[in-house]
Design a protein. Structure first.
Length: 338
């Protein structure tokens, strides 16, 4: 297999990470690609029609871009624990004047319908996160002309992805902001990102992209020296002018009151990294159960954003968040370019 990325498709070796929930809107994807990187749309939590409209918008630019899909997981859900968590959230909901929804026990993020829509008009790149797709889905995307990338977090996951026939893997370190894409049991990789890149590169014969806590040019150089074919940046783009980051989140990233990031399940039931706030501390022992908890806490988070309260909503950010700047996305691409 070729360890190099297709010439021209990934530009200067900077990928705008797909960030669901608002930040990765078409304007950001276009700006990243126009600056010589590869911009991404995040299909997660969107309807198939909404995703298709954004895909059409990016096709109209004539630029290369990618689309990220959530692959449904089959993790068991402890209903009793989630119902107990819902009761713990009830006083907060009452204070905010919102209704907690009934738990949504099953949800596939409309994955089959989204996949079908992408196969009708396939983008240049498709990435997959949270679980392994079927070999048939990978083959269908590749036959349609997509370059297929799987998110992995360790060498074993990378080997499993390669066996499915994907074109490349993006290896995500636990320092990454937002949801951690691990799909196999066991502890997270304990070393630094360059060490993880080296380990994954030794395990597979396909290109390896690096993600997680890359806040400086020096960090990008280190992972490239370890063998990364490109860097994937998320937090670095959150404060850019083209990002759809909500105002509360955007302000918190520049607020010295926030001193650290931490991983939590409190908002979604899946491990994710963000700026540590009151909600994370108060509900540090939240049960696993994604995406049930994501939908359960959605009205609480929306109310906090509406009230301008950063202590009550998810503020996803990687460990390099202090380096994020209020600037055009093109400046980020230029700073991290090969």
């Amino acid at each position: 297999m070729d360890r190099e990325l297709p010439e021209g498709l990934f530009g200067v070796g900077v990928v705008g990470a797909p960030m669901a929930g608002g930040p990765s809107r078409p304007a950001l994807a276009e700006a990243v690609s126009r600056a010589g990187g590869l911009g991404f749309l995040a299909a997660g939590y969107k309807t198939p029609d909404a995703m298709a409209r954004e895909v059409d918008e990016l096709f109209a630019t004539g630029l290369a871009f990618g689309v990220n899909l959530f692959v449904p997981t089959s993790e068991p859900v402890d209903r009793e624990a989630i119902l107990a968590y819902r009761e713990r959230l009830r006083p907060l909901a009452e204070r905010l004047g919102v209704e907690l929804p009934e738990p949504r026990w099953t949800d596939d993020d409309a994955h089959p319908a989204k996949l079908a829509r992408l196969l009708e008009r396939v983008p240049p790149v498709v990435s997959l996160t949270f679980a392994l797709p079927s070999a048939g889905d990978v083959a269908s995307l590749r036959r349609a002309g997509a370059f297929v990338i799987q998110t992995v977090t360790d060498p074993g996951e990378a080997r499993a992805a390669e066996e499915l026939g994907v074109d490349a893997v993006v290896v995500q370190h636990p320092a990454a902001g937002g949801h951690f894409g691990a799909f196999s049991p066991g502890p997270a990789f304990a070393g630094e990102l360059p060490d993880l890149v080296s380990a994954v590169r030794a395990a597979v014969g396909i290109p390896v992209l690096a993600a997680g806590g890359i806040g400086t040019r020096q960090a990008a150089h280190a992972v490239r020296s370890a063998g990364a074919a490109a860097v994937q940046l998320g937090t670095a783009f959150l404060r850019t002018q083209e990002a759809g980051t909500n105002p509360v989140h955007r302000a918190a990233l520049a607020d010295p009151a926030f001193q650290r990031t931490a991983q939590t399940r409190a908002f979604s039931g899946k491990t994710a990294r963000g700026l540590e706030n009151t909600f994370m501390r108060d509900f540090a022992d939240a049960p696993a159960g994604y995406p049930t908890l994501h939908y359960l806490t959605a009205p609480l988070r929306a109310a906090a954003v509406a009230a301008g309260d950063p202590e009550g909503t998810n503020l996803w950010a990687g460990t390099g968040w202090r380096e994020a700047r209020d600037e055009p996305a093109a400046e980020v691409v230029a700073r991290f370019a090969e």
